[in-house]
Design a binder for this molecule. Structure first.
Ligand SMILES: [Zn+2]
Length: 76
């Protein structure tokens, strides 16, 4: 007689999970691209309009102004 703690009477044993292979050769270009875009965004939010300013004017500063304050960069 099966009791409530007898698991073999409830359901058959599930198959062991098979790990999914992640092909590094396919993922690496996207990881590099994402890293470059994140570095570019970090530069424009954190350093643009400073001593290393690339774009003249205040357009970039005003565009990323809220992000600058949100991330705690010194601004004004
Ligand atoms: Zn500000």
């Amino acid at each position: 007689m099966a009791t409530s703690t007898d698991q073999s009477a409830v359901a058959p044993a599930a198959a062991a999970p098979v790990p999914v292979a992640i092909p590094v050769r396919k993922v690496m270009p996207w990881a590099v691209l994402g890293s470059l875009l994140m570095c570019l965004a970090y530069y424009f939010v954190g350093a643009e309009q400073g001593a290393t300013s690339v774009v003249n004017g205040m357009g970039v500063h005003e565009y990323v102004h809220d992000a600058r304050h949100l991330l705690g960069f010194p601004c004004h």
